[in-house]
Design a protein around this ligand. Structure first.
Ligand code: MG
Length: 440
């Protein structure tokens, strides 16, 4: 783990204390806001993803908060933004001024709404909400208006090289109590999102000479295979289990329109990311052509990418990656706006969201009337060691532990045992048969 610290002039490092006693927390009520004393970037890789977590320490000894700033493809860019720019800018500010700090950091760079600065802002923002919860001795969902549900319904992932394998995985999840499962099957000979064939050797001979070597993706075989999978699954499993699917912005727009219509008989819970963020103009056409429910938006970073989609009711689920849009302070507003158009939330939640980010997702899920579904991520033992208090998962639901703030901590000693293995992932290595770059 790389540990980097920004300190207000003359201040010493604060100790990373454990949970504070309730009496101490109660004594804080009504006290003046503590100041931001230090901003620290904690980088660790306890499982697959390069995680970036921000720790904001305060002028009150032992009081700190943590937030998720994870962008696993470009973690060092986020860290630099926090250490070089945002951290020094907010030192000494009142921790309670969450909205004001968010707005001032948002415009401080003049140019804004980029994924790096949004993630950096999310790390700071999350830590401030965590601090506020601890100060008030309340879980963050309580600060957002309180629980609208007991737990967040999860969807699991099922994939396989063969369609029968996918069926088997779905049955396993159903046996564990899950009612929502995302299904992805490999396309023989090709790579694909969510499930890849063992090799693309069979199609390499179809490529032109001089092509850059790569795994091969082609949209038509993927579409054909996906339709066969849904036909099989509905024949075998019936219609009581909810099935989801992620297109992952991989097909041309006209083919996405065809897929949406052809999937109608299989009644999906949602079809995700049928278009790329660059192609949001196609959603109006899709809405007018198909009744297949549409989820969109893990790559959104700018409000103008999704605002028309929501206000025109062209999508059914908003699926932002919360740290990529600037954190909880923005996401709570997105959720509230969507409520008035009955667009439901389905925040992005795979392994490239830190456990702290999952806790943010969960607290917002619990307090959002128009919550739709939460993507599941299992926290492996090393992740739970680094992040004590990570959300609990039982029988298809995710539960908050009801402790103050987000109820999650970072064990810095444990995090140090899992340094980055690489600087960050690169995507975009897959190409079409002719050698052109395929969106990841
Ligand atoms: Mg997705």
């Amino acid at each position: 783990m790389n540990r980097r610290t920004l300190l207000q002039s003359g201040a010493g490092l604060l100790s990373a204390g454990g949970p504070l006693a309730a009496a101490q927390q109660a004594a804080r009520r009504g006290m003046p806001s503590p100041k931001i004393k230090a901003v620290r970037v904690l980088m660790t890789q306890p499982a697959g993803s390069q995680l970036v977590v921000v720790k904001v320490e305060t002028s009150e000894p032992g009081l700190y908060g943590i937030g998720c700033a994870t962008h696993q493809e470009r973690p060092h860019a986020v860290a630099a933004a926090i250490e070089q720019h945002i951290g020094p800018y907010i030192l000494g500010r009142n921790c309670d001024d969450i909205e004001d700090i968010w707005q001032s950091v948002y415009v401080a760079s003049y140019f804004r709404s980029g994924v790096t600065l949004n993630n950096a802002l999310s790390g700071i923002d999350g830590a401030l909400w965590d601090i506020l919860g601890k100060r008030l001795n309340a879980p963050v969902y309580q600060l957002l208006g309180g629980k609208a549900r007991a737990a967040a319904t999860l969807y699991a992932h099922a994939s396989g090289k063969e369609i029968e394998e996918v069926e088997e995985r779905v049955r396993e999840w159903m046996a564990k109590g899950y009612r929502h499962v995302r299904v992805q099957v490999a396309t023989p000979g090709y790579t694909g999102y969510g499930a890849s064939a063992a090799t693309s050797a069979g199609v390499q001979g179809m490529r032109p000479s001089g092509v850059i070597p790569s795994p091969v993706y082609e949209p038509t075989p993927y579409v054909n295979r996906t339709l066969k999978m849904f036909e099989h699954l509905r024949n075998k499993l019936g219609f009581d289990v909810e099935l989801l699917h992620d297109v992952h912005e991989r097909v041309p727009p006209s083919q996405a329109l065809q897929l949406g219509r052809l999937l109608e008989p299989y009644r999906l819970f949602f079809m995700e990311d049928p278009f790329a963020p660059e192609d949001v103009g196609w959603f109006q056409v899709m809405r007018q052509q198909t009744s297949t429910p549409i989820a969109m938006g893990e790559l959104f970073v700018n409000r103008n990418e999704w605002l028309n989609l929501v206000s025109n009711r062209w999508i059914d689920f908003i699926r932002c990656h919360i740290s990529a849009i600037g954190g909880l302070n923005m996401a709570r507003k997105v959720a509230n706006l969507c409520e008035f158009f009955n667009v439901r939330t389905a925040w992005h939640g795979p392994g490239n969201v830190s456990a702290v980010g999952h806790a943010v997702n969960l607290h917002l899920d619990l307090a959002t009337t128009n919550f739709g579904i939460q993507e599941q991520n299992f926290f492996e033992d090393p992740v739970r060691e680094v992040f004590p208090g990570a959300p609990e998962i039982r029988d298809g639901y995710m539960y908050a532990n009801d402790k103050p703030g987000f109820g999650i901590d970072i064990n810095e000693r444990a995090a140090a045992k899992f340094p980055y293995k690489t600087p960050g992932n690169n995507r975009g290595i897959e190409r079409r048969l002719d050698g052109s770059v395929q969106r990841p």
